[in-house]
Design a protein around this ligand. Structure first.
Ligand SMILES: Nc1ncnc2c1ncn2[C@@H]1O[C@H](COP(=O)(O)OP(=O)(O)OP(=O)(O)O)[C@@H](O)[C@H]1O
Ligand SMILES: [Mg+2]
Length: 113
């Protein structure tokens, strides 16, 4: 199992979630975050994206998936989040040791989806 963390442009959220759903990956956690990449937060204001100090508003997606869904998730996110401009975002892929569904006590692959 892997835990995928993707930082994307806020205006791409709807499109990225649509692409993930199409790839049968509907379970997701979404947060508004502040961040900066290698331009250190220096950018033009774009589509209403506000700048806070040297930090830019971004959206963080967190998705826990079985191995079979790692490549489809990455493909869905990259193809839908990419504009080709700086600040399109990044995807981090972490090993996931376990998952527990609190209601049922299920674990691992059974609890993930
Ligand atoms: N090494 C990192 N560690 C933690 N967060 C990061 C890292 N790199 C990028 N991020 C997060 O991802 C967001 C988007 O990064 P961004 O797409 O600007 O990356 P970049 O490396 O600067 O690439 P680009 O040159 O395409 O802009 C950042 O605002 C930050 O929230
Ligand atoms: Mg950048």
């Amino acid at each position: 199992m892997k835990y995928i963390i993707a930082i994307i442009q806020p205006h791409k959220l709807t499109e990225v979630m649509g692409a993930l759903e199409k790839a049968n990956i509907p379970l997701i956690t979404v947060s508004n975050v502040l961040g900066r990449g290698r331009q250190k937060g220096i950018t033009q204001t774009y589509r209403g994206t506000r700048e806070v100090g040297s930090l830019l508003q971004k959206v963080k997606l967190e998705i826990a998936v079985n191995e079979d869904f790692v490549a489809p998730a990455i493909e869905a996110i990259t193809s839908s989040a990419k504009t080709g401009d700086i600040g399109d975002g990044k995807i981090f892929v972490l090993d996931l040791h376990d998952v527990m569904r609190i209601r049922t006590g299920e674990k691992g692959s059974e609890a993930i989806g």
